[in-house]
Design a protein around this ligand. Structure first.
Ligand code: CMC
Length: 429
């Protein structure tokens, strides 16, 4: 924090208003507008384009330079040298674990992978064709009905165990939502396996055969989780914070985050990318779709392109692209028509004036859709996988907020509706 000030003059208010300006360790200064309410003023910022809603020490993004740091560590270093559970530890506790700390953390998470047996019956209430994200919104919220010993948000030990349970059980629930949709039996987690390996085992294994998870695919999945682990105050994380600010329990807050993530402008984009590539079909139709994306009278957008914060290459997309190349080579996929469309689309968008001017680069979802498809993950599970990876980010932000000082989140509005008028009885309407 600093003693810098901003001065605001407003027509109709005699005195200039002095507002404190704070500096973080990185990033733009922020103007504290809290004093404006007393002057009868609010700020107006739809979409929170210029608004910092909280102070945080977890993740930093410089969208102009394409930088993403978790607790100071660049995402490419974490994706290439660390693993998902180590990144979870870092996000939750602020430092990389030493060997013993890591072993203890991994063991704790691993011991929480199973879900209450009764929760499995919960799934029967859903239609077979339910979208797995719809199931996830329901069953993750339902965890609060099963784990009463982690609902007291004022108790640090409850918050800790809620975090462990959420990180550990998300892959189990995600795989169950898939197994339910295809009518196969749920697979219990196998705690001799690593986090991503176990997830693939529960997704693709069956009780009649020994498990056979490819180490290459496990590594790729672990990296996908790592790349999605956190992204500061995005729509779903802000939703978790807002829900949490009312004192709601952590499972309910994470369910709210899952709901916010589902939309195609956010996590749902990875699924939308694949649907778009399938709709384009082959490289000869690309021009038509690019023209539609540029046409202001057409709501179509190129899914997997553009980002609110990144006005440069999304650093996650860089690593994801490398990973996609590795996985495709490993799986021997060279002539895939969707891949050809994706590659050509990427080239066109990077050369086209419309995309260059607006700084619309391929984002993480563009490449994650391609890699997940190559790994044989059904499209409807793409956003669920994003949710699994992002759970640690949500819970780390929720924990940071609850363990510090916070107030219920309550935005104001610019009201443009009717002024007061008298109720009309039915016969006068
Ligand atoms: N295709 C075509 N035009 C686009 C696109 C796109 N994908 N994205 C933005 N634009 C245009 C938009 O029409 C506008 O043009 P103009 O200035 O002429 O009106 C300009 O670029 C700025 O767009 P915006 O809607 O004001 O930007 P935003 O910050 O509100 O939205 C976004 C960001 C990610 C929602 C948007 O770029 C988008 O809809 N992209 C496609 C969906 C997508 O891939 N989402 C995943 C984001 S990464 C995963 C995550 O972190 O959630």
């Amino acid at each position: 924090m600093s003693d810098k000030k901003a001065t605001l003059t407003v027509d109709g208010i005699d005195e200039p208003i002095e507002l404190p300006v704070y500096s973080g360790t990185l990033g733009p200064d922020v103007i504290d507008v809290g004093a404006l309410t007393a002057k009868g003023l609010f700020t107006y910022d739809p979409g929170f384009v210029s608004t910092a809603a909280c102070e945080s020490q977890i993740t930093f993004i410089d969208g102009g330079k394409g930088i993403l740091l978790h607790r100071g560590y660049p995402i490419d270093q974490l994706a290439n040298q660390s693993d998902y559970l180590e990144t979870c530890y870092l996000l939750l506790y602020g430092e990389l674990p030493n060997k013993e700390e890591k072993e203890k953390f991994v063991s704790t998470i691993t011991k929480h992978t199973m879900v209450h047996e009764q929760l499995a019956r919960f799934f029967q209430g859903f239609r077979r064709d339910a979208h797995p994200m719809a199931i996830m919104c329901g069953v993750v919220g339902a965890l609060s009905a099963f784990y009463h010993d982690s609902l007291d948000i004022s108790d640090e030990s409850h918050r800790q165990i809620a975090a462990f349970r959420l990180i550990a059980k998300m892959p189990t629930l995600a795989a169950m939502s898939y197994k339910f949709s295809i009518g196969q039996p749920f697979m219990y987690p196998d705690n001799s396996m690593g986090y991503a390996e176990n997830f693939l085992h529960m997704m693709f294994g069956n009780p009649c055969e020994p498990s056979n998870v490819s180490p290459v695919l496990s590594k790729a999945m672990d990296r996908i989780f790592t790349l999605h682990a956190d992204h500061e105050q995005n729509a779903s994380t802000s939703t978790v914070r807002l829900a949490g600010s009312s004192g709601a329990n952590p499972f309910a807050c994470i369910a709210a985050g899952i709901a916010a993530l589902w939309g195609p402008s956010h996590g749902g984009a990875n699924e939308a990318v694949l649907e778009m590539l399938e709709e384009i079909g082959d490289v000869y139709h690309i021009d038509e779709f690019v023209a539609r994306a540029k046409d202001k009278n057409d709501p179509f957008r190129l899914m997997g392109f553009g980002h609110r914060v990144y006005k440069n290459f999304d650093p996650r997309a860089k690593v994801m692209k490398e990973s996609a190349d590795e996985v495709l080579a490993e799986l021997g996929i060279v002539d895939d028509p969707l891949l050809a469309v994706a590659k050509r689309l990427e080239e066109i968008a990077l050369e086209d004036e419309y995309f260059i001017e607006r700084k619309l680069y391929p984002n993480v979802d563009f490449y994650s859709g391609i890699i997940l498809k190559a790994m044989g993950i059904p499209t409807s599970m793409f956003t669920v996988i994003f949710a699994v990876g992002r759970t640690v980010g949500w819970i780390a932000h929720w924990h940071e907020m609850i363990s510090g000082s916070y107030r219920i989140g309550r935005p104001r509005q610019l009201y443009t509706g009717y002024t007061q008028r008298d109720f009309k009885p039915m016969d006068q309407r």
